[in-house]
Design a protein around this ligand. Sequence first.
Ligand code: HEC
Length: 225
Amino acid sequence: MCSSRKRGPLLAAALLAMATADFAGAAEPGHFGYGSVATAEQIAGWDIDVRGEDGAGLPPGKGTVDRGAEVYAEQCAACHGTFGEGEGRFPKLAGGAGSLRDERPEPTVGSYWPFAPTLWDYINRAMPMATPHTLSADDVYALTAYILSLNDLVPNEFVADRTSLPKVKMRNRDSFTWTDPRPDTKSKPCMNDCADAAGVKISSTAEGKNLTPRTTGPLDAMQPK
Ligand code: HEC
């Protein structure tokens, strides 16, 4: 049987030969000669994250509670209920205020979420469930305003936009812990003037100690014996 140790370099050499033959001369320094540079428009299509705390990344646009109620009735109510009460097993979007310490806590946008801009971000990237990325920025703002109003977090005349959303005080805002208490998260990766790798001595390894559980699937058959 051909050992994988031999096959690796051979395959790599073959690929390299193909690459140099097919693309000789096409490669710019630092590139591999295929693909193309992403356009600003393509990057903008992926770069959609919004920071919860201060709303950084929220786009221009705005939406009212009333407009949100219309879009919501058409696109969301079937699953989340007209007033965010949730249909069947689909999640509730409203209610649950003060329930987080109960035996049966009800985490919703109103009772649990710490930041209003995160609601914009979530709807924008994930909803409606079957057809995400189909809503305009204005409609996402309107839906955000409507869901916040269902939770009595904003008045009916509230207009959601990139400046008003970060100012909404969410009920659970101050109950999150922002520092990670696990001890190993404190160590900082070394970026310069680091220990000389040649001088580092390995004092112990996990090898042979049976620490890593084996899989039960085909991967086991591929492990070196
Ligand atoms: C086909 C059913 C369906 C439709 C329609 C739908 N959703 Fe959802 N929604 C879900 C499901 C299922 C989840 C839970 C997803 C998960 O946890 O991964 C969810 C989660 C959410 C959440 C997060 C809830 C939480 O607290 O974690 C929000 C907010 C939300 N949807 C808003 C909307 C809005 C706004 C619309 C309309 C534009 C919409 N959804 C349309 C099924 C739906």
